[in-house]
Design a protein around this ligand. Sequence first.
Ligand SMILES: Cc1cc2nc3c(=O)[nH]c(=O)nc-3n(C[C@H](O)[C@H](O)[C@H](O)COP(=O)(O)OP(=O)(O)OC[C@H]3O[C@@H](n4cnc5c(N)ncnc54)[C@H](O)[C@@H]3O)c2cc1C
Length: 318
Amino acid sequence: MTTTLPEPPADLGLGLEREVPLSRHTYMRIGGPAAYFGTPEDLAQFERIATWAREHALRLRILGGGSNVCVSDEGVRDVVISLRRACGQIAFDGVEVTAGAAVMLPALARAAAERDLGGLEFAIGIPGSVGGALQTNAGIGDGRCIGDLVRSVKVWRASSRETSGHVTLPAEAITFEYRNTSLHHSEDLVLGATLSLVPRPRAEIDAEMRRLLEARQRTQPTAEPNAGSIFRNPPGDSAGRLIDAAGCKGLTVGHANVSTLHANFIVHDGQGTAADIAAVMAEVQRRVLDTSGVRLRPEVEWWGDGPPPAAWHLPSEA
Ligand SMILES: Cc1cc2nc3c(=O)[nH]c(=O)nc-3n(C[C@H](O)[C@H](O)[C@H](O)COP(=O)(O)OP(=O)(O)OC[C@H]3O[C@@H](n4cnc5c(N)ncnc54)[C@H](O)[C@@H]3O)c2cc1C
């Protein structure tokens, strides 16, 4: 399958590896190979990769923490980029912090706490990057979310030639909704964001973060590979409640099952495949539709080449 794909020319210094298993880079520990995988040293190298990918009509995907994706067992014929080296910086200025897209939320929350700055406590247990969080407006059940803190987002937009691709979007130019933002499905790739925090004593921040982490330990299957909440909450209800009510806790296909601790988590025993996860999801959807009439929509994103598995085939208004 990969024989028809172009080889990156050595003289361009793209630093791309071939056929890299994405199971190494996803929180679920599942996923076939990326045809190309790169961790550019800086934005100049990133832009060379992006330009080369465009010239060869290859899709460029950014992988952050890999905590909200389910990658096909066959992998993807795409160029997958980690911005870990190019966009991993944190800079504080008063109550504002500018963080690179690859900065992980828990690390950012801790760095802010060290400066007596609160606002990011909610993010302590979300294993995603700033760039990933800005795709879904990551947040927690009480309504706190990253969108509330955003002052501006720096993106790379290939079509913006006059700015060499670099565009800074003020918060007002971005729509933040429940687990969705206008940045997602746009052509913009997030390079970093400036967030507005609030002064708060470190002891208070630490105490709240401890409480939040303890609550996760009690209610979520933290020991087994998973991708967090697998379905979005339907309006006015909770996906976990509906899945539990449909009797799906423990439902198993292959090596994957609905967690017995939290019904909206699908876990696997280390041998699970994307096909197992997708099959459990489809069966959960079928049973929940039967018992409550609700079509659950995946929160986790599917990465694959062909049409997505049935679990992701849903009418857009569902
Ligand atoms: C144990 C666990 C608990 C979780 N708890 C929560 C929670 O409480 N609240 C919550 O909201 N989510 C939660 N999640 C889901 C997940 O952590 C979030 O959605 C997170 O924001 C995803 O970030 P990521 O960097 O891992 O994104 P990835 O999974 O790497 O990518 C997700 C999408 O974002 C895109 N993307 C990533 N970086 C960029 C970028 N720089 N520019 C453009 N696109 C980009 C990717 O291409 C992909 O489309 C949880 C997940 C797990 C595994």
